[in-house]
Design a protein. Structure first.
Length: 194
């Protein structure tokens, strides 16, 4: 398998997705509140072998081909516990990053932390010029992750989600915009004014 780095953030370890993650994902993922705003390619109701089938037949072959990168999110306080997944995809024009997080871990800023880390990988390691993400208009939490990440809304359309056909938004940030935002954040953390 192609090398995907383990990524560390202040509160999380992003570990490359492995086949032995299937059981933990199968326990947490199949909840309508988690999947309703995901792409309609996700089967619903979620089959008993859904996580294993996805990892084995979709994610790992795409990783091997150098088209996708998938990580499990693990709290540093409990690194054996997979609480979500975040992914990057080169083959999509408007949906290059996707994620989900177990409900009890939502609302703590963890996904913004993970999104920033994989955005750094996208721009700095992979050298991609732009990152675009698609989301249901009703998905307020996902929109906040994009806003915190400095993305801007570039289009409104409709798309098929697990929860049905819904209005959707496409958000984007260029490598230059991302670097400028990161530089401003580092200056602010350092207490510099200007």
């Amino acid at each position: 398998m192609r090398d995907i780095p383990e990524i560390s953030t202040p509160r999380l370890t992003l570990r490359p997705l492995r086949i032995d993650d299937a059981a933990a994902i199968q326990r947490r993922f199949p909840q309508f509140e988690i999947v309703r705003y995901l792409n309609a390619v996700v089967p619903w109701p979620y089959p008993e072998d859904g996580a294993l089938t996805f990892i084995r037949d979709v994610a790992l072959p795409a990783i091997e081909a150098g088209r996708e990168w998938h990580w499990t999110l693990r709290p540093k306080a409990g690194p054996d516990e997979a609480i979500g997944v975040i992914s990057l995809k080169r083959d999509s024009d408007d949906d290059q990053r996707g994620f989900w997080l177990a409900r009890q871990w939502q609302g703590q800023g963890l996904m913004s932390e993970a999104a920033e880390a994989v955005s750094a990988f996208w721009f700095e390691t992979l050298g991609e010029p732009v990152l675009r993400v698609s989301k249901a208009v009703a998905n307020d939490r996902s929109r906040r992750v994009s806003e915190r990440g400095g993305m801007r809304l570039v289009a409104v359309t409709e798309r098929n989600f697990v929860g049905g056909r819904l209005p959707s938004e496409i958000w984007e940030i260029t490598r230059e915009e991302w670097r400028a935002q990161r530089w401003r954040a580092m200056r602010a953390e350092g207490g510099e004014t200007g």
